[in-house]
Ligand binder design. Structure first.
Ligand code: NAG
Ligand code: NAG
Length: 611
């Protein structure tokens, strides 16, 4: 019997949940192809368990349901199968049905015309992800018809904190046909529904097999109702300390889409380098990029923002200021505009900035605000509407401003003394001038004033913030450690916040100084207050000690742990989450990411046996 026909026959038999005694046929197979060939069983309350024998059909109970692959076992095992993040409610069948992408059809008749083009792109991403389960080529062809009927109720295509992301997903298999219903208020809800649908599908590739056979199986029945707990589920990526190529950023976005994260917080610039091309101010990259190739062109930025949108992700561009600004701003004198920034690359650095190279914008120079306006105009041109700007605002060093005669005399003119409080006034003045410029540029586009984001700092201390920063306008991203009272204090004062506790959700910790690494369990175990003022949280990938080479293993699967915390905030334990996260990890690998290992491979083959 031809090998591929035999394999097809065998997998059909396994699918039916009944294993016949195929002893005689097994003997025909060349041993080196099939040794070892473990199978997996879903054991209630234990998860997927590897068979005791490499050929379970020869020795084990012939009526037990064994799966060809661990990945298939995981999508039907447990109440939530292989879905990550965990949905609010799910009822899944324990049966699967074979499908092939060629016989998968999307019905978009019930979506508003204005959303159709975007939704088509969204379905293309999903179809590609299904192919990726089989490394791009599904060799086992079955002609089961799969129709995905999508209903979207509104024509909204903008993405913000009010976007309705809930969805319903139903899968039914009848008479050799599969019908999938996805219903949502917005296309973003529908996209999440499609993502979950894709997580009900797995390749049936055998773990140890080098036979070129790959088919797709789908959980044959499902009823899922799902919506996020937090509106803001973000990841910060720093592209200044190290330049991260676009292809790596896009792969990170792919991982975020897989885990239903919805904000890509792009820490695009810092004092180290300025890779973001600004068409009105070409000097930024000319003086600020590490090299001519280590920059993002306007065209690339535009494309990235669209790429993210198709994946349900809003891009927030951060222009960190007034501190963390140096390289890219050092050309003012040459162009007759005076010092746009002060203490750029200055030494000794310890009194001038948190880490070298130093640099802080010069608030005494009106030309600095003109250049900043041009930069904001470019950012406003790029971002989707309504645009969300992150103004940075962290770690201002007064020693830097205090070292500039120009700034000291400006402060005198304003009636600010050179005490801490005097510098606070100067700092607050900077943010309010910057916000006014942003408002003017937004209003020139016919838009209402938008809130902006700002890191927590000395200026956002509870006793000080209200004097400087309007709570209707600034959303404070709190990066204080867990034991800090600041988050609670700001909530009490009525500020909206995004939480990034640095001692637990910073992905760079454990790689420098005395910082401590948080593994995924620790990141997952942390919960945020359920408070209207907490929009959500972020994980942060600062890149002083990370570049594109290490990016994936630093970020994944840990960011996924936080993604689930922010999506469904489950009360269940880290341990019950682990098998689903293992399945997510293999899904990320199929989609081209390189997530870090979570346990010895033996432990991933024996759920709950290594606790
Ligand atoms: C086979 O399955 C039956 C029924 O589930 C069970 O009682 C029996 O112990 C099993 N035998 C082995 C060898 O696992
Ligand atoms: C600024 O410098 C002056 C003169 O050296 C000093 O007296 C003052 O304390 C400094 N201010 C701050 C906030 O460090």
């Amino acid at each position: 019997m031809a090998l591929h026909r035999l394999l097809a026959l065998m997998t059909t038999m396994h699918l039916a949940g009944v294993l016949c005694n195929v002893e005689s046929t097994f003997d025909e197979i060349t041993p080196q192809i099939y040794e070892p060939s473990w199978m997996y069983k879903c054991v209630p309350d234990e998860g997927c368990q590897r068979s005791e024998h490499p050929r379970p059909t020869l020795s084990d109970n012939s009526t037990s349901a064994f799966f060809d692959s661990l990945d298939v076992c995981r999508i039907v095992c447990g109440r939530f199968g292989g879905i990550w993040p965990k949905p609010v409610t799910a009822a899944l069948s324990s049966q699967t049905v074979k499908i092939h992408p060629n016989y998968l059809r999307y019905d978009l008749l019930n979506v508003p015309a204005e959303t159709r083009e975007l939704l088509v792109e969204m379905t293309q991403v999903i179809s590609n992800n299904l192919l990726a389960e089989c490394g791009g080529h599904v060799t086992e062809v079955v002609d089961t018809q799969v129709v995905v009927i999508i209903v979207v109720k509104t024509a909204i295509t903008s993405l913000n904190w009010n976007t309705d992301e809930q969805y319903m997903l139903d899968v039914q298999t009848r008479g050799g046909e599969v019908s999938v219903h996805i219903e949502a208020e917005t296309i973003y809800g529908a996209r999440h529904g499609l993502e979950t649908f894709s997580q009900l599908i797995s390749s049936d590739k055998r773990d140890f097999s080098d036979v070129e056979h790959c088919g797709l199986v789908l959980v044959s029945g499902a009823k899922i109702r799902d919506r996020p707990i937090y509106k803001h589920r973000g990841l910060v990526l720093d592209t200044s300390r190290h330049f991260i190529p676009m292809v790596d950023i896009k792969r990170t976005i792919d991982g975020m889409a897989t885990t239903k994260m919805n904000v890509f917080h792009w820490h695009a610039t810092d004092s180290h380098s300025f890779p973001l091309e600004a068409s009105r101010v070409p000097q930024f990259t000319r003086y600020g990029a590490y090299s001519g190739s280590e920059m993002y062109t306007t065209e690339e930025i535009r494309e990235l923002i669209h790429y993210a949108k198709v994946r349900g992700i809003r891009v927030v561009i951060e222009i960190d200021a007034p501190a963390h600004s140096g390289n890219g701003w050092q050309w003012g004198r040459e162009y007759g505009l005076g010092d746009l920034a002060v203490c750029v690359n200055a030494y000794p650095w310890r009194h001038l900035c948190i880490e070298p190279p130093c640099g802080q914008l010069n608030p005494a120079n009106p030309n600095m605000y003109r250049v900043l306006r041009n930069l904001y105009q470019d950012v406003a041109d790029l971002l989707n509407s309504p645009p969300l700007l992150h103004m940075g605002g962290d770690e201002v060093y007064f020693g830097c401003w205090n070292s500039s005669q120009e700034i000291i005399s400006y402060m005198k003119d304003q009636g600010y003394d050179t005490t801490e409080e005097g510098f606070m006034k100067l700092w607050g003045e900077f943010h309010n001038k910057a916000l006014q410029i942003w408002d003017e540029e937004i209003s020139a586009k016919g838009l209402d004033p938008q809130p902006v984001m700002l890191w927590s700092s000395q200026l956002t201390q509870a006793q000080r913030i209200s004097q400087h920063l309007d709570k209707e306008r600034y959303i404070i991203e709190v990066w204080e450690p867990l034991n800090s009272p600041l988050l609670t204090q700001l909530l009490r004062l009525g500020y909206r916040t995004v939480s990034v506790p640095k001692d637990i959700w910073y992905l760079d910790h454990g790689f420098w100084g005395r910082t401590v690494y948080s593994n995924w369990r620790r990141m997952y175990a942390h919960t945020l207050p359920r408070d209207e003022g907490v929009l959500g949280g972020e994980v942060a990938m600062w890149t002083e000690y990370c570049d594109a080479q290490a990016l994936d293993t630093r970020v994944w699967p840990r960011a996924a742990a936080v993604a689930e915390r922010l999506w469904s905030d489950p009360t269940s334990t880290v341990y019950s989450a682990e098998p689903r996260l293992q399945r997510l990890r293999t899904r990320l690998i199929a989609r081209g990411l390189r997530p870090d290992a979570m346990s010895p491979a033996w432990c991933s083959q024996h759920d709950s046996k290594c606790l």
